[in-house]
Design a binder for this molecule. Sequence first.
Ligand SMILES: Cc1cc2nc3c(=O)[nH]c(=O)nc-3n(C[C@H](O)[C@H](O)[C@H](O)COP(=O)(O)OP(=O)(O)OC[C@H]3O[C@@H](n4cnc5c(N)ncnc54)[C@H](O)[C@@H]3O)c2cc1C
Ligand code: FES
Length: 266
Amino acid sequence: MNDVPQIVKIKEIIDETPSIKTFVFDWDMDKYGTPNPGEFLMVWNFNNEKPMSISKINDNELAITVKNVGEFTNELHQLKVGDVLGIRGSYGNGFSYDLKNKKVLAIGGGVGMAPINSIATALANNGNDVDVISAAVNGDELLFVDSLKDIGVNVCPCTDDGSVGFKGFATNLAIELIKDTSYDIAFVCGPEIMMKGVFDILEDNEIPAEYSMERYMKCALGICGQCCVDNTGWRICVEGPVFSNDLLKEINEFGKYHRDASGIKH
Ligand SMILES: Cc1cc2nc3c(=O)[nH]c(=O)nc-3n(C[C@H](O)[C@H](O)[C@H](O)COP(=O)(O)OP(=O)(O)OC[C@H]3O[C@@H](n4cnc5c(N)ncnc54)[C@H](O)[C@@H]3O)c2cc1C
Ligand code: FES
């Protein structure tokens, strides 16, 4: 882990969808450590700093995948190859990546596919049989479908409008897949309303699962308390962002509310 922002040069920018870009940069794994799938980085553009999941982990190279939704992410989207960022981390506990010979279901909604891409890649490369539900509002916004297929993952695209793949929500497709396949474990990341729906389905079917949670973060060091959740007081930046289904049950606010930068509930 590296708590001092390292200045990295953006070496590649991939236009993934009309609203999502991937930024690739070199990362000295010997010096700063090799992140595990599900861990996140604090990304500083010398104006503001926000958490981003690691979407790709290659030899001495990392990537983040960013959806343009507000001021900070819009600023990132204006960057060009050769521009620099300050990166600290990696932080958080990540997913269980050290599995072998398992039947895995990974579900990513929208830009929630970022950490799902890194865990699905690691598990497929480790000999697991991985099905991925990549869900988005429409076909243009689908993430990582072709690149995951290329490494042997069975990708099931799923769109709200039915323009590509299954028509409906990730929850509906999860129900269909679970009918025919017996999964050992599932990994989930996406809007919390989606994760809550998936949580109920996986619990009903007794499939153990890990979920990546998002909360507003400031320090990412476990000090400021900004990302604490009710009633446990767990810090999403330290005890999370990944929680097993058993731990998630303890977080009363899951699927109900979150706090903004000033601590107000929404
Ligand atoms: C552990 C962790 C990992 C994260 N990983 C990623 C990642 O891989 N990629 C990524 O793009 N973001 C990721 N985020 C979210 C990111 O840190 C920012 O909070 C988010 O991108 C909004 O930043 P902003 O300043 O541009 O928008 P803000 O000004 O904070 O928000 C602008 C508007 O967009 C809404 N909004 C905020 N976040 C989202 C969202 N994710 N999707 C849709 N609407 C949103 C807000 O409610 C608000 O209405 C992660 C957050 C956490 C805690
Ligand atoms: S962001 Fe400060 S404790 Fe988590």
